[in-house]
Design a protein around this ligand. Structure first.
Ligand code: SAM
Length: 216
């Protein structure tokens, strides 16, 4: 398979963390020049928009989960002096994020964690003031159980802006999970915003939900 052959079909075919590691190891170097460019991928920009609409200065530091090559971090750093960390399963995707620089020439990401969102994270409780994500809560990637760990590593009042695949939001239990978490007093009632995901290609015009809420 050539690098140019990777597309959404490959991304949606993965089932396990090892499948993810394998796919993104081969895709990392060309993810932006092929998939992002060919499809006019703008999901990260929508999530950043949802985040900054609600965020205040105290919502720092910010953890970008499934940060991939760092598109969200780059966009976030243009909106304010956020301290942004990233987490991803793929060492190769993190390698691309590591070389991203902000306007002043400093690295976009303060820390990059290699970690699996389907397992326990090697991050202290209450470490983050906010969590953001685009393109990670999707086919074969990460399901609703990841929120147990994400709530743990976020301090009370922490802000979440999480993009979730539109088909999976209801079908894979994200909506029910948030209902349960509100009832249990773990989070505020989520505001579900719909943001543009792609501006070109077969999925142009697709809107994806972004769940915006705070931990209690
Ligand atoms: C479609 S890419 C999106 C990357 C980036 N957020 C963006 O918007 O361009 C999905 C990312 O999720 C990561 N990922 C998939 N499963 C994961 C897991 N279990 N834990 C952490 N990251 C995971 C992949 O390595 C990949 O970098």
């Amino acid at each position: 398979m050539s690098d140019r052959d990777f597309d959404l079909t490959d991304a949606y075919a993965v089932e396990t963390p090892d499948d993810n590691r394998d796919l993104y190891a081969r895709w990392a170097a060309t993810y932006e020049s092929t998939f992002v460019a060919d499809n006019g991928y703008v999901y990260h920009l929508g999530v950043v928009g949802s985040f900054v609409d609600t965020a205040s200065d105290g919502d720092d530091p910010v953890l970008d989960v499934g940060c991939g090559t760092g598109l969200m971090g780059v966009a976030l750093r243009t909106t304010g002096p956020w301290t942004v960390d990233g987490l991803d399963l793929s060492a190769e995707m993190l390698g691309e994020a590591r070389i991203k620089v902000a306007g002043e020439g400093d690295p976009v990401y303060r820390h990059l964690h290699e970690g699996d969102l389907t397992a326990t994270l090697d991050i202290p409780s209450g470490a983050y003031g906010a969590v953001v994500s685009s393109g990670t809560f999707t086919h074969g990637h990460v399901g609703p159980t990841a929120f147990d760990e994400l709530y743990r590593i976020t301090r009370p009042g922490g802000l979440f802006a999480i993009g979730i695949n539109p088909d999976h939001f209801t079908n894979l239990g994200f909506a029910d999970r948030f209902v349960d978490d509100v009832a249990a007093g773990r989070i505020t009632e989520p505001v579900i915003q719909r943001v543009n995901t792609y501006e070109a290609g077969d999925h142009a015009g697709q809107l994806s939900p972004v769940a915006v809420f705070r931990t209690l």
